[in-house]
Design a protein around this ligand. Structure first.
Ligand SMILES: *Cc1c(COP(=O)(O)O)cnc(C)c1O
Length: 501
């Protein structure tokens, strides 16, 4: 037995003097061929973006068998020409994807990504700065700080607001729970939940994004710790029910630590009453988190910002740049006015990380993530090239399109059941709505399915506080007024083809 680990692999015998190690390895295409590959890829993406408009928004069905058959052709046993592989991948994505880049995708806040955002993601993939340690990526880290500060400012948060880019809203909301627990219970970090004198609970509306349940599971709070407060007739958190739940929890020896206000619910785009929630949070000494994953972008329009009134009093806020700011996916933001609590939540030091730079902090000490992609560049490039006036114009255009959509649907006899200034319209057919929850649920789901199978538009069935409806959200900057007309026509045709059973 040798004590040289290489001997066991046999690698020591290949060319002992290493003469063959002086040239390029198998990954090193060289700059010219690599550059051609990226240019060809960019052309395919542009081609895709152009062509997607002319095809169906979504495949007529989910075809798992055919996708697996196609994949059987990839055993990776040998090299293949890049153009053949890229072409095959793009065609698979074209056939077997719901196209969020389509102007008639009226879906779940997945935007058509801006070109600046796509360019940003390409740069990040290529330059690949490591945003764990400040000293490794000072330019990237400062660019992110610059964008975070702009957002904090727009939201009316104080100048020492700190935060981080996240992969999305769920990570930002997870961060909020960790920071809120750490603020309220300094012992949480070392002793954990078992070290607390009672069971912590928090409040969010029944219409809030249910990532809260996963977060409660992950943090050890347990899913029952999420108090889903019923909503009022306008689908906003019912403040009387919140008071009742709080009183019952305190009387029962549980320890409330946070209230979540949602600024733009996922189902109906409704904004919880943020000012009154801030009053209650102050009265009870609770952390107020505002989940503005979708609606928070309104902070960048002078006209729309007042819709978020009260958010400036939040202890922390979630905003997703990959929703209403149209960044390619993988861009959320967490902001908090409590930098010390953020630092306490994620503090860590190791023997191998580079030393901190004075006057800065290492991003991995204020984030759930460690190695981190330069998420903020796609947002920075978008803002720097397009400029804030274009951002405001797009947001306001979307709001006007939402209003137009609501009016077009009303003209055709659809009844709107959600109230929101945001471009999200939920409608029912009055006759189906009156037919009882079960029949109404079946009918509205069938009509939405009919529209999707027809390929003309993507809309979805939704249940709002138990009432079934069809949900249409303007999410693509490519949507125009005539796209609204085509979506309404597709809905009308689906209604005519669907009987109430
Ligand atoms: C989308 C959304 C989330 C989850 O965000 P991801 O980016 O999907 O992780 C949380 N809250 C609200 C209100 C949302 O709209």
């Amino acid at each position: 037995m040798s004590n040289d680990p290489l001997v066991e692999t046999g690698l020591d015998e290949l060319t002992p003097m290493g003469a063959d190690l002086d040239g390029a390895g198998p990954y090193d295409l060289g700059v010219d061929a690599g550059g051609r590959l990226l240019a060809e890829t960019a052309a395919l993406v542009a081609g895709h973006t152009g062509e997607v408009v002319h095809g169906p928004v979504a495949p007529a069905s989910v075809d798992t068998e055919r996708i697996r058959d196609w994949l059987a052709g990839f055993d990776f046993a040998e090299a293949k020409p890049a153009d053949a592989v890229l072409g095959s991948v793009m065609s698979a994505l074209r056939k077997w994807t719901v196209h969020t880049t389509h102007p008639r995708y009226f879906g779940l806040f997945n935007p058509s990504p801006t070109w600046w955002g796509m360019a940003g993601d390409l740069i990040v993939a290529g330059v690949n700065p490591q945003l764990a340690a400040y000293s490794h990526a000072p330019a990237a880290t400062e660019m992110e700080r610059h964008v975070l500060r702009l957002l904090a400012n727009g939201l009316g948060l104080p100048s020492d607001t700190d935060g981080s880019f996240t992969v999305g809203g769920a990570e930002a909301n997870l961060t909020a729970v960790i920071v809120a627990l750490t603020r309220r219970f300094p012992e949480y970090g070392s002793a954990g939940l078992l070290g607390l004198p009672g069971r912590p609970v928090f409040y969010a509306s029944a219409e809030s994004h249910l990532a809260w349940l996963k977060i409660a599971h992950m943090t050890g709070l347990g899913r029952d710790a999420v108090r889903l407060v019923p909503v009022d007739a306008a689908l906003k958190m019912d403040l009387d029910r919140l008071r009742e739940a709080y009183a019952a929890d305190v009387a029962g020896g549980r320890i409330p630590f946070m209230i979540v206000g949602t600024a733009g619910t996922t189902g109906a785009g409704v904004l919880d009453p943020l000012g009154p929630l801030a009053d209650l949070a102050a009265e009870w000494g609770l952390h107020l988190h505002v989940d503005a994953a979708w609606g928070g972008a309104a902070a960048l329009s002078d006209r729309l910002r007042p819709l978020l009134a009260g958010i400036e009093r939040a202890d922390s806020v979630t905003v997703d740049a990959h929703k209403w700011l149209s960044a390619p996916m993988g861009a959320g933001v967490f902001l908090t006015r409590h930098p010390a609590a953020l630092a306490a939540s994620f503090q860590c030091s190791t023997g191998y990380m580079p030393a901190e730079v004075d006057g800065t902090h290492d991003p991995y000490t204020t984030s759930v993530q460690w190695s981190r992609r330069f998420i903020g560049l796609k947002v920075f490039l978008h803002l720097a090239v397009a400029g804030l006036p274009a951002v405001a114009e797009q947001l306001e255009r979307d709001v006007r399109l939402g209003d137009l959509l609501a009016r077009r649907l009303a003209e055709r006899g659809w009844q709107r059941i959600n109230q929101t200034p945001l471009p999200l319209v939920c409608v029912v057919d009055p006759e189906a709505d009156a037919a009882g929850e079960e029949r109404s649920g079946r009918w509205h789901a069938e009509v939405a399915g009919h529209v999707v199978r027809g390929g003309q538009a993507w809309v979805s069935p939704v249940r709002l506080d138990g009432r079934s409806a069809i949900r249409l959200c303007v999410t693509s900057y490519r949507t125009t007024a005539s796209d609204l007309d085509r979506a309404v026509a597709a809905l009308d045709a689906a209604r005519a083809a669907t009987s109430l059973t």
